[in-house]
Ligand binder design. Structure first.
Ligand code: BTN
Length: 324
């Protein structure tokens, strides 16, 4: 499909665009418009004025995601599936087939066996979320679950902020939250191949979350509801554009990590950590420690200032959870 034509329509922000401005061959332009409408994009046609853009399709559009993506490491190939078990499994299988699959992005409209951390289920109604897995082949020293989890969380947080105009923070180790409500989770898995999995709630409504989670989860759509006047210039909430931005953000942080070393990503994660600067308790395998969180790093662990002013580095593999 002709993405340039669609971009031109979207740039007109709802105004009519004469068909002649969309191409020399008017029959070809009409066929293109038919194809976009058949895919689910909402257009309004007028016999004299031309065509106006009204809304994006509710389906993920691979052409829209890929067109002039401009990334270096991620997204040379993007596979969009309707229904899969888990995108992480598909990505891992592709990675096992060939190293040339590094950078592959797998997206799905629905997962029947989506996984969260610690064996939890990750389920979301079809066509409401970004369910994405990225195949990676990171060199040392960025080849760690901690680094890639931090990278995913920071990239997601940036995208959440761009689409909601609200501050996104991170709860140790992998939850992206706005006002303490979870909007996304990251699951890095390494079973031979390295896969970065992301689940981001986009269009989900309150009654679509399991009732026991209702108070602790949210979506981009819910975060935008009832926003203050003057904040309505946010980008349209269409999942293809969001997926595209997320791929670009992951690529940019991956590139920074490669060029400048893992610290740069860990620092960005630490600055977004909800508990930074707060008096917290860390539940560890050996009991609890209380102190002010000075910094946190998903490879090296959190650094606490204790009540007697001593500074303690808690090894990451000892940490169970932060309590605050
Ligand atoms: C968590 O918060 O526990 C992590 C959730 C990760 C969910 C994503 S959705 C895409 C990818 N495929 C999976 O099966 N899980 C991750």
């Amino acid at each position: 499909m002709n993405v340039k034509l669609m971009r031109r329509l979207r740039a007109a922000a709802g105004d009519y665009v004469p068909l002649a401005e969309l191409g020399g061959d008017l029959n070809q332009v009409r066929r293109e418009l038919d194809a976009w409408e058949a895919f689910g994009y909402v257009l309004e046609r007028h016999p004299l004025l031309g065509v106006a853009y009204r809304a994006a399709s509710r389906r993920l559009c691979p052409d829209e995601i890929e067109h002039e993506l401009g990334t270096r490491w991620i997204g040379a190939r993007i596979a969009v599936w309707d229904r899969v078990g888990s995108t992480n499994d598909l990505a891992a299988r592709a990675a096992a087939l060939s190293r040339s699959n590094a950078g592959l992005v797998v997206l799905a409209e629905e997962q029947t066996a989506g996984r969260g951390r610690r064996g939890r289920r990750w389920s979301s109604p079809p066509r409401t979320s970004i369910l994405m897995s990225v195949v990676l082949d990171p060199p040392d020293p960025i080849d760690t679950v901690g680094f890639l989890t931090a990278l995913g969380a920071v990239a997601v947080a940036e995208v959440v902020e761009a689409w909601t105009n609200q501050t996104a923070r991170i709860k140790w180790p992998n939850d992206v939250r706005v006002d303490r409500q979870k909007v996304a989770g990251i699951l890095v898995e390494r079973s031979g191949a390295t896969v970065l999995g992301i689940g981001l709630n986009v269009l989900t409504q309150n009654d679509q979350f399991p009732s026991e989670l209702a108070d602790s989860v949210t979506s981009l759509a819910l975060l935008r509801d009832g926003r203050a006047p003057g904040q309505d210039r946010l980008p349209e909430l269409d999942r293809s554009s969001i997926a595209r931005a997320l791929i670009q953000a992951i690529d940019a942080w991956y590139d920074r990590g490669l060029l400048q070393g893992p610290r740069v990503v860990h620092q960005a994660w630490s600055q977004r950590c909800e508990a930074l600067g707060r008096l917290i308790r860390i539940r560890t395998l050996d009991g609890e420690i209380e102190g002010t969180l000075l910094a946190a790093d998903l490879d090296e662990g959190p650094r606490l200032q204790l009540h007697d002013d001593r500074v303690l580095n808690c090894p990451v593999n000892q940490v169970i959870e932060f309590v605050y």
